[in-house]
Design a protein around this ligand. Structure first.
Ligand SMILES: Cc1cc2nc3c(=O)[nH]c(=O)nc-3n(C[C@H](O)[C@H](O)[C@H](O)COP(=O)(O)OP(=O)(O)OC[C@H]3O[C@@H](n4cnc5c(N)ncnc54)[C@H](O)[C@@H]3O)c2cc1C
Length: 320
């Protein structure tokens, strides 16, 4: 690993790898640093809406993106970035393993993390009946009754997947309707009465000592507030990972996403955003949009770097 790069991309999800592919096509010296390989897509299950693949495991799609970025010459490091500072025109990136790198530009493709219900016992029972990843943990519930909280596409996709294992799935949504891709909703409907939707209902309490035994609902189901389930999957969206952006003084929007213009430029010269950490397409956050925004961010990084003499004084290579 070199000490200095034209661009450091933070995040090894769809946005980060796509940014890496484009950065290398612009011949920028590129380092991609990511904590969790493949981001959300690597455990998001089968992907059937990414052009070029009728159906592909998310993990496999990410491997292909990584291989493409690597083949083009991007360097990839598995690590967590804990701090970024801007000194003059130079960004200084510090990782958890205490490695330090310099770069002319930064692309933040840090995605998001799962939203929690924030109920008492939620933390203690995580992994003991409470889960945030249907793809990873649904196989533990073969022949068991489970509940999924959420009313969006991820929860419906989760119900379809969990349908292969669980004997019964309660889909709990506080909304009056489910907002999912129609094709996923149709697949869930094909599971018949294995999936029951509890509309305008929330989980208000978690019961269980060493593992989850019951949940308490805000609206009674069949006359009872308590529902016995072996597992509860929480699919209520995500929170953008913007700690690094905040530390750098980047502007966030009113929902807490990294604010950019439509070329993915932030208020800080040389800092760009891409993927689920920004809110350009609102609720619509997919691999195709993440990859597209990564490509745009790299284009803007290239425009920012090219033609300038020496941005980062310690940088070895001038870009023309
Ligand atoms: C259950 C589920 C199913 C889905 N199904 C589909 C689908 O069928 N089709 C589809 O198109 N989309 C699907 N999506 C959405 C898709 O996965 C996301 O839109 C996509 O992952 C966004 O990519 P990203 O690169 O912006 O962020 P992420 O995938 O969230 O990746 C963020 C990356 O940043 C890294 N990171 C964060 N902070 C740091 C740090 N400080 N230092 C280093 N690295 C850091 C993470 O480790 C990770 O590598 C699904 C999502 C979920 C949750």
């Amino acid at each position: 690993m070199k000490p200095a790069y034209n661009v450091i991309i933070i995040g090894t999800g769809a946005a980060g790898f796509s940014a890496g592919i484009y950065s290398r096509r612009y011949l920028l010296d590129t380092l991609i640093i990511g904590e969790e390989f493949g981001g959300q897509t690597s455990w998001g299950g089968v992907i059937e809406n990414y052009p070029g693949f009728k159906s592909i495991e998310g993990y496999e799609l990410m491997k292909r993106m990584r291989d493409q970025a690597e083949a083009l010459g991007a360097e990839i490091l598995e690590d967590r970035v804990i701090d970024i500072k801007k000194e003059g025109n130079c960004f200084k990136v510090l990782t958890k393993s205490q490695r330090e790198f310099l770069s002319d530009a930064i692309i933040l493709a840090t995605g998001s993390q799962r939203r929690r219900l924030n109920l008492p016992k939620e933390k203690e029972l995580t992994g003991k009946g409470i889960h945030y990843c249907v793809t990873c943990d649904a196989p533990l519930y073969r022949g068991k009754e489970i509940a999924i909280v959420g009313g969006g596409d991820a929860s419906v996709k989760g119900a379809v997947l969990a349908g292969q294992y669980a004997s019964k799935i309660y889909l709990i949504t506080r909304e009056k309707e489910i907002r999912a891709e129609p094709i996923n909703f149709q697949k869930m409907k094909e599971l018949g009465d294995k999936v029951e939707i509890l509309y305008q209902t929330e989980v208000k309490e978690l019961i269980g000592e060493d593992r989850l035994e019951k949940i308490v609902l805000t609206k009674p189901y069949k006359g009872k507030e308590e529902l016995e389930v072996s597992g509860l999957f929480i699919e209520i969206g995500s929170i953008p990972n913007t700690e690094l952006a905040k530390k750098l003084g980047a502007n966030l929007d009113d929902k807490g996403y990294l604010q950019t213009d439509n070329m993915m430029r932030t208020n800080i010269p040389g800092l760009f955003g891409a993927g689920d950490v920004v809110n350009i397409f609102g609720r619509f956050k997919q691999d195709i949009t993440a990859a597209a925004l990564g490509a745009v961010a790299s284009t803007s990084a290239y425009e920012y770097i090219k033609g300038k003499d020496k941005l980062c004084t310690l940088h070895a290579k001038a870009v023309t």
